[in-house]
Design a binder for this molecule. Structure first.
Ligand code: PMP
Ligand code: GLU
Length: 397
């Protein structure tokens, strides 16, 4: 019998961010220069002291299986961080260390959702959310937010989307792909609705350290003591410490769920890379100047990108309070010919821009929001300059 594809993965869409990044890499491999603003990956090297900790771990023979849910030292450090920075009380047993934050998301959906459960996801949303929810048999319920409201879901929009089968709210704050940051008051309103309707929350806080002046990050469970038992927090080292390839993330959840997700991991993946876990431990416990330095560079780039977008006729972008993405409106240019090619939607816009100007971005449709394009500004100043010169030329026809 020929090997078939299961119905669970048959309709699965590949990650659009990784697909665009792969396209950019393919063109680069052909010897051409690509200005790559597709994938959300800091361009900085992983700080040396973190790499040294990994080398040290290897020298000390930390190259074997660890406990499937992660080394106790790292769990303890995560818990101490959340206590010190956000005043939250967790036990190390509530932490599950995962193969990147993406894996933590999968663990949570797979371990808490049943077929037919609804998960409310404000759009634009990060590309993997809806697909991972569907993979667990549950139903993503997309709530469209407005550019005028900085793409933040209002309490009224949230309340309207709730049905008797709603199980979970998935919140990404600061947001990928828009960079919006919810205020405490806005989060409180959402939290009240969560409690009133007896829902659970998955709070993706992977950009908690990438928040620009004038904005304040609030960890969701701090809003009300009643939230700790119904919220899972996701975080990791990928973005904060420029450690995307090391693949270390984690979830912090109620104990019974953490135990089950650890068991799931013991069957599915075993432990995340032992060496990377020691590197992550060094990242969290070592000097934090690298985080401040990267944030300073991202702030300058954010300001530069905001100005370049504002200077291009017809493009607009909401306020970028955190993360490293600009999600800009290209609606004025849809339905037109750009460089002689008809461009009717954000996907055609991005593919033509890549083909004609070797500039890689990601289509808004992949984030559930047509008419927009995402550019990651986790790229060097030179690349950003060339990329926005190219975007300006591209839309000028
Ligand atoms: N959540 C969000 C919002 C992200 O942007 C990313 C990007 N990678 C992830 C989770 C996954 O992170 P990781 O690379 O650690 O799997
Ligand atoms: N989160 C990043 C992005 O949105 C990395 C790519 C991915 O994991 O999808 O570009």
């Amino acid at each position: 019998m020929a090997i078939g594809i299961s119905s669970s993965v048959f309709g699965l869409e590949p990650s659009a961010t990784l697909a665009m990044s792969a396209k950019a890499k393919e063109i680069t491999a052909q010897g051409k220069t690509v200005y790559d603003l597709s994938v959300g990956e800091p361009d900085f090297a992983t700080p040396q002291f973190i790499c040294d900790a990994a080398i040290e771990a290897m020298k000390k023979g930390k190259t074997k299986y660890t406990i499937a849910s992660g080394i106790p030292e790292l769990k303890k450090t995560v818990v101490e961080k959340y206590k010190q920075e956000y005043g939250l009380d967790y036990s190390p047993q509530q932490v599950v260390v995962t193969n990147g934050a993406k894996h933590a998301l999968h663990n949570v959906f797979f371990s808490t959702l049943n077929a037919g459960d609804e998960v409310i996801i404000p759009a634009p949303y990060w590309v993997s959310y809806a697909e991972l929810v569907k993979l667990s048999g549950a139903i993503p319920v997309i709530v469209q937010t407005e550019e005028q409201n900085n793409f933040k879901m209002t309490a009224a929009q949230f309340e309207k989307a709730i049905t008797p089968t709603t199980k979970m709210l998935l919140l990404c704050n600061p947001s990928n792909p828009t960079g919006s940051v919810y205020t405490e008051a806005e989060l409180k309103e959402l939290a009240d609705i969560v409690i009133k309707n007896d829902l659970t929350v998955l709070s993706d806080e992977i950009y908690d350290k990438l928040v620009y002046e004038g904005n304040k990050f609030i960890s969701f469970p701090t809003l009300n003591p009643d939230l700790t038992e119904r919220t899972v927090v996701i975080n990791g080292v990928s973005k904060t410490y420029s450690m995307t390839g090391w693949r270390i993330g984690w979830s912090i959840s109620p104990l019974h769920l953490a135990k089950k997700m650890g068991e799931l991991q013991s069957q599915e993946t075993s432990n995340p890379c032992s060496i990377s876990q020691y590197a992550a431990l060094a990242a969290l416990t070592g000097p934090q100047d690298c985080v401040a330095e990267m944030l300073k560079a991202f702030t300058q780039r954010r300001d530069y990108v905001a100005k370049r977008i504002a200077d291009i006729d017809g493009l607009s972008c909401s306020e970028m309070g955190g993360a490293f993405y600009a999600f800009f409106n290209v609606k004025k240019y849809l339905g037109k010919k750009l460089g002689g090619v008809q461009v009717d939607n954000s996907e055609q816009f991005c593919l033509s821009l890549l083909e004609q100007k070797q500039t890689a971005t990601v289509m808004g449709s992949a984030f559930g929001c047509e008419g927009y394009v995402r550019a990651s500004f986790a790229a060097s100043n030179e690349i950003l300059k060339s990329a926005f010169d190219n975007i300006a030329e591209f839309v000028s026809g």
